[in-house]
Design a protein around this ligand. Sequence first.
Ligand code: NCD
Ligand code: ZN
Length: 485
Amino acid sequence: MNDKIFTADLILAGGIVVNSRARFRADVAIKDGLILAIGAPDAMPRAREIIDVASKYILPGAIDVHVHFREPGYTHKEDWRTGSAAAAMGGTTTIFEMPNTDPPTRSVKELREKQAAASKAHVDYGIYGLLAEDNIGELEGLITGGVNAFKCFMGNTFGNLPSPSTGAMLEGFEVIAPSGLRISLHAETASIMAWRQERLMAAGRNDPLAHIAARPAIVAAEAVARAAELAGWTGARVHVLHISSAIELRPLTEAKARGVDITGETCPCYLLLDTRDYARLGSIIRVNPPVREHSDSLAIWEALQTGVVDMIATDHAPHTPEEKQQDIIWRADCGFPGVETQMPLMLNEVAKGRISLEHYVKISSENPAQSFGLWPMKGRIEIGAHADIAVVDMERTEVIRAATLHSVRARITPFEGVSVTGIPIHTLVRGRFVQRDRSLIEATSGWGRQVTNIQRMPQAKPRNTDQTLAAALQGPFEALAGTAA
Ligand code: NCD
Ligand code: ZN
C-alpha cells in the first residue's frame, strides 16, 4: 500500500484546458513548477491553494520567438524588466530576444552582458546570437556559450547592422548547421532597398507609403528564396521572421515541400492592418517589413490555417512616441510594441470565429515550442510539462490603450482604441503567478530564466559537409585528393 500523500502547490479548478487539437473540462494541479495532474476534481491531490477559474480557458502561455527588449544600449525605449512585464501581462510566458542591441550580441562577451540584463525578466527567455559578416569566427563560441538561436539581418533595419553577403551567410549556415540551432532571418534584400530608398528620397517622396515603395514584396520573396537555398544546401534550420506578403509564401511552400527545415512566422500587424490604414496612422505604422495590401493579409491568414505559416510572433519593437511620430517617413523609427497585445488581438479573432482556440494554441505556443527545441517541456498543458499558463477570459472585453502598456517608454501602438474580446487574466511561469487578475506581480522580476534547447545536435542533419569552406581551407576535397597530389 502506498500511503504517500502529494500536496500540490496550486490547483486551477473548474477551467477548460485547451491543447492544439481539443479542449476539455479539467482541473490542473501544479507542483514545483510542473504540471502534476490534469483531471476531475475528485482525482486532484490536496493543494496549498485552489483558484477558481470556472468557465475560463487554460492555455499554454504564448511563446514569442521575436521580441526586441533593447537592453543593453537602447534602454530609453525599453529594458528587460519593462519588456518582460509587458509579456507577462499579455499571457506570454517565454520570449526569444533579438541581438540588435548596443552592443549587438555578436560574441560570448556580449552574450554574457545580455544574460546579465535578462536576469531581471519576469518570464522565461531565449537569447539570439547574431550571424553577421564580421563575426563568423565567433559563432562556435556563441553555440557553446549558450545562445538559443541565431539571427541574420539580410536587410537593413533598426540598429543598422550591416547585412552579411551571401558568401558570409553560407559560411555561417555551415558553421551553425551541426548545432541544430535555428537561424531566424530578417528576409528582405538589402541592396534592393538601399537602391530604391535613395531614389525615392532624391525624388522628394517623404510620405508613409514611400516606405512600401522602398521595400516592395519582391525584397521578401527574393530573400526567402535565397535563404531557403542556403538552408537546403547546408541542412541548417531556418525561420522566416515577420512574413508580410503573399508572394514570399511561394518560396516558403516550395522549400517545405522539398524537405528544407524552414518555419515561418507572421505578426498581428500583417493580419489586421493593411495599406488602407496608412493615412490614418501615418508614421506610427512604419515597420520592417512594411504592412502591405489587404490581399497580402488574406493570403497570410490562409497560410496560417494551412500550416505554411507556422506561428504568430510579435516583433515587439518599442520606440518612444517622439521617435515614432515624424513628418518625414524616413526619420520615423520602424516597429512598435506588440508582446502585450498579441494575445488579446488574436483571441479577438477567435471570438469573431476567424480561427479556433485550438488552432491559436498551435500557432502561439505548440509550434514555436517544437520549432525552437522547447517541446515537450513547454508549449502544452500536459503532465510533466512546465506550468507555463495563460488563463483566458473569453467573455472579457478591453480597449487597447497605449497609455496603459507596460512598455512604459514606448506607449504608442497602431492598435490604439481597438476593442478586444478575449483577455489573459492570469499568467503563470513555471507555476508562479507573474500576472494575476490583470495586475503585474512586481516581485517576479528575476523569476524568468533562460531556456535550454532540448532539440540539439542529434536531430541536426548537416549536408554537403565535405564542401564547407572550413573543409576546403584544410586542403582539396578527399575525393579529389588523389588526383590533386
Ligand atoms: C525592429 C526593431 O526595431 O528592432 N524593427 C522593425 O521594424 N521590425 C527590427 C526588425 O525586426 O526588423
Ligand atoms: Zn526584422
